[in-house]
Ligand binder design. Structure first.
Ligand SMILES: C[S@@+](CC[C@H](N)C(=O)[O-])C[C@H]1O[C@@H](n2cnc3c(N)ncnc32)[C@H](O)[C@@H]1O
Length: 360
């Protein structure tokens, strides 16, 4: 049997190293992790752990050569700039006793990559033709959009960057009021809505999601693959992820109930003027919805019920967004959306990404 290729990750005590070691192990590499500082072996129990002197120590080069030799490692991942420069020079020396290559680009390039992608997206967004002819509120600065894109893409979820662009456009249209989201999962779209509601002074975002399996299970026959997958998910973990995703904002809160039951809590919050939770404290509630994002159960009957329950709170000129209007696993949102368009006189309607955007 061919031996597994071996990679050295040094120093392991950086987040980039931990992520790389994990991926390398998943790809079938034998992973050796090393540090010059004491490390908690419990953190790295899946790997071979080694100690190397500081890169500035006189015996560093010989210790590295011996370690590479011992584990037959011919590549090194090194996200620390000084170490990367030293190793990059070392591997090109003909008289260095171990043959290896540094397998990551310069740490400075690595650091910039994600920011560069976010700035590219922000620049393209600002240069794009507006989705709507008139925007009462000005565009935000380039860096604000880049920051939004960067943070949004760190949250697991099912909203893409085309939808993010559409949300940034809608956020410039909406007047003061509440933003209500039905179905938040880890808080990806909720993060974008909360960020935009903060910067455009819209109001509070109230996320409605039961984060428990009984209310989620059945999204119809065509969605049987999704129905099976969600049953194996730990929904308390998802809720904890949601709370952490949005922890930095003071204009967001949640109702942990199915959409059809949560309207009672929303009505009560509107009459109190506040909604409270342990995670987010007290958040003002106006009782009039400026934007309703429906992204919960996608069965036709469920989307229709969401509309019936929440449309009475949506203000004239407010927006209703139906996620997965274009969906590979069923036509519930599309049928419900088309009925909404047929029954109500609407000011504007368009589809961006997979979502139907309707202005009442
Ligand atoms: C497609 S995910 C939402 C994705 C999320 N908006 C994002 O940006 O990643 C659907 C969510 O709807 C929630 N959900 C399912 N049934 C619901 C119901 N009856 N009321 C409210 N939320 C529901 C699920 O718990 C799940 O978190």
């Amino acid at each position: 049997m061919t031996p597994r290729p071996s990679v050295l990750v040094f120093p392991i005590d950086m987040p980039q190293s931990v992520a790389f070691a994990h991926t390398a192990r998943q790809l079938g590499f034998s992973v050796v992790v090393a540090s010059s500082e004491p490390v908690d072996p419990g953190l790295y129990s899946e790997y071979t752990i080694a100690v190397l002197p500081y890169v500035t120590a006189p015996d560093f080069d010989s210790a590295l050569a011996a370690l590479l030799e011992q584990h037959q490692a011919d590549r090194v991942f090194a996200p620390h700039p000084a170490i990367w420069w030293h190793l990059n020079a070392l591997c090109q020396k003909a008289d260095f006793p171990a043959r290896f290559r540094v397998c990551n680009e310069s740490p400075y390039e690595m650091d910039w990559q994600a920011y560069g992608t976010s700035y590219q997206w922000a620049e393209a967004s600002l240069a794009s033709r507006p989705l709507l002819p008139f925007a009462p509120s000005s565009a935000l600065p380039l860096a604000t959009y880049a920051g939004l894109h960067r943070a949004y893409n760190l949250i697991p979820g099912q909203s893409d960057n085309t939808k993010l662009f559409a949300l940034t456009q809608i956020a410039r249209q909406i007047g003061p009021g509440d933003v209500v989201e039905i179905g938040s999962l880890y808080g990806k779209s909720a993060f974008a809505l909360t960020w935009l509601a903060h910067f455009h002074h819209v109001g509070s975002v109230i996320c409605v999601d039961p984060w428990e399996i009984a209310s989620i299970r059945n999204q119809g026959e065509q969605a049987h693959l999704i129905n099976a997958a969600v049953a194996s998910r730990d929904w308390q973990q998802v809720f904890l992820g949601f709370a952490a995703s949005l922890a930095m904002f003071d204009n967001v809160n949640y109702v942990r109930q199915p959409s059809e039951d949560a309207a009672t809590a929303y009505r009560q919050a509107a009459s109190d003027g506040w909604i409270c939770s342990d995670e987010f404290g007290s958040t003002p509630v106006q009782g009039s919805i400026a934007l309703l994002h429906i992204d919960g159960n996608h069965r036709y009957e469920a989307v229709m019920r969401d509309l019936e329950t929440w449309l009475p709170f949506v203000q004239d000129g407010g927006w209703v967004l139906l996620d997965d209007y274009v969906w590979a696993f069923g036509d519930g949102p599309q049928r419900a959306g088309d009925e909404l368009l047929a029954r109500r006189a609407v000011k504007t309607a368009f589809v961006a990404a997979d979502t139907l955007f309707v202005q009442l």
